[in-house]
Design a protein around this ligand. Structure first.
Ligand code: FES
Length: 171
């Protein structure tokens, strides 16, 4: 059985240590360090905060304070693909609720869980995606899908599963 997951995980911590070396003697480093950490892990794990605190001699409470203050930082594990679905008024009027239901069902999410077990997808409802004229709207990563019906959701999401399948074969 492949241990690729463990190897990638280890490599992430190696990358974290390497990145921290660059910030050891600089000031005003918490935000850039957290941004780089999130680039490495796709979120900010608790273990990484402990390492940052130790290595840079910053209280972990201070790091948590910054990480929780800014919306750009995510402390929970996130999927490879981020699905943002709009819950704003224009989208709601055009059936945004049914769209959200369809996405949730397609991903098999329940009980308030927003990330699939295989870490392929994270669902994030947002107040407005700035494309109200195309309501209802969802985005998958950088791709915008407007005026879509709940019935179209499984096929759209499957495109991102196929993309991943191809990458796995190449790897
Ligand atoms: S209300 Fe949905 S994109 Fe603005």
């Amino acid at each position: 059985m492949c241990n690729c997951g463990d190897y990638i995980q280890d490599m992430r911590y190696v990358a974290l240590e390497k990145m921290l070396d660059k910030y050891r003697h600089t000031t005003g480093k918490i935000i850039p360090v957290l941004q780089k950490t999130q680039e490495i892990f796709k979120y900010i794990p608790e273990e990484a905060i402990k390492i940052i605190a130790e290595e840079l001699k910053i209280p972990s409470s201070e790091i948590y304070g910054v990480a929780t203050f800014y919306g750009q930082f995510h402390l929970q594990v996130r999927g490879k693909n981020i699905i943002r679905v709009c819950t704003g008024t224009a989208c709601h009027v055009q059936g945004g609720g049914k769209l959200l239901e369809s996405i949730t069902k397609t991903l098999g999410l329940s009980g308030g869980t927003m990330t699939t077990n295989d870490l392929m997808f994270t669902l994030e409802p947002v107040a407005c995606l700035g494309a109200c004229g195309m309501a209802p709207v969802m985005m998958i990563n950088e791709d915008t899908y407007g005026r879509i019906s709940p019935e179209e959701v499984p096929e759209i999401i499957s495109r991102y599963m196929e993309k991943d399948g191809i990458e796995k074969c190449i790897a």
